[in-house]
Design a protein around this ligand. Sequence first.
Ligand code: COA
Length: 372
Amino acid sequence: MTIASHEGLAGVIAGHSAICTVEAAGNDLFYRGYPIAALASQAEFEEVAYLLIHEVLPDRTSLSDYRDKLQQRRGLPPPMQEILERLPAESHPMDVLRTACSVLGCLEPESEDHSAREIADRLLACFPSMLLYWYHYHTHGQRIETRSGETTLAGHFLHLLHGKPPDPLQRQALDAALILYAEHEFNASTYAARITTSTLADIYSAITSAIGTLRGPLHGGANEAAMGLIARYTDAEAAEAGILSALAEKQLIMGFGHRVYRHGDPRSPIIKEWSQRLAEASDERHLYAISERIEAVMQREKRLFPNLDFYSATTFHYCGIPWQLFTPLFVIARTSGWAAHIIEQRADNKLIRPLAHYDGPAPRRYLPIESR
Ligand code: COA
C-alpha cells in the first residue's frame, strides 16, 4: 500500500465541520458563517459562546437567560476548593485548570441527565472560579467568593482577579479577546478533543486532553511566551537588536507565523487595536512601541506576521492580568469551541485512528533474555 506522508498533518483535510472556517484564501475567519470582525466588534462573548455551543445566535431574551444561567453556575463544590488548596502554589495555572477539569468530571460526571451542552456551560461558568480561587489562595492566602454580580464572563474574571468592579475599557478588551480566542477549526487542541471524543469518551476527558494540548508554546502557550519576549526589552531599539540576533541564531519568535494563515491572521489587527487603546491609558506605553517594532522587524526580515497571541500578550498585561494566566484565559474562551466540536464529532462519529509510515527495524528474531 502506498501511503502519502504529511508531516504534522499540514494541508490535510481531516474531516468535515460546520462550526468555523478560515476562508479559502487562508486569511479570514468565520464562526458558523459570521465574520470574526463583526463578532469581535459588535457581539459579546456570551453571544458567541451560545452561537458555538447552542448553534444559533440568541435573541435578547435567550441571551439574558444564558447570562443568568452562567452566572448561577459559578460556584465551586467544597471538594473542588479543597483540591485546589492542596495543589502546589508553584503549579502552572494550566496544570491547575487541566486538573480541575478532570476533578469536576468526578464530582459532576456526564450522564443522561447532565448533558455535554450543560457541562460546557458549567465549565465556561466555573473555569474562572477554579483558576482564581487557586490563584488567590496560594498568592494572597485568601479563600475568595467565586460568585460576583458581573453579568459577563470578562467582567467576572477581572472582578475576581482584582477584587473590585472592572475598568470598562479593560472589560471590553477582554471580552473581544475571548471572542477572538473562542474557536479556530481543527487546531491542535480541538483536534485532540475530537480524537478523545471519537473513542466515545466523556466530555471532561475530551476537554482535559485539549487543555494539555493547548499548554505548549507552539499553540496556546505562545501568548505567555510573547509577553516574556516583549518585556525583555527596555525600548524599541533594544528590541530590534535583540530580535535580529535571535533570528540570526534561528530562534523562534513567539507570537509570529501560523500553520494555516499565509498572508496574515485576521484576528491580529483587531487585538492590536485593543492593545493600542489600552496602552494609551497606561503608563507602560513602551511595551506597545516595542511590540510594533518587533512586528516591523519580523515583517522586514522574515515576511512573518503576528498571530493572535502576539498583541493579546500586551492586551492582557494592560488589563493587569499576571502572565501565567494568559493561556488559561485562552482555555476559558476556547471551551466554547471545543464543546461545539465535541458535540459535532458525536453527531457523526468515526474513530480517529490514522496510520504511521513505519521506518523502524526490519523484522528480526527475538532472543530470550538469558540468551542475550
Ligand atoms: N519565528 C521565527 N521563524 C519562524 C517562525 C517564528 N515564529 N514561524 C515560522 N518560522 C520559520 C520557520 O523557522 C521556518 O523556516 P525555515 O523554512 O527556514 O525552516 C518557516 O518559517 C516555516 O515555518 P514552519 O515551522 O514550517 O511553519 P509551521 O506551519 O510548521 O508552524 C507555527 C507554524 C505557528 C508552529 C510556527 O510559526 C511557530 O512556531 N510560531 C511561533 C509559536 C506561535 O506563535 N504559536 C502560536 C500559533 S497561533
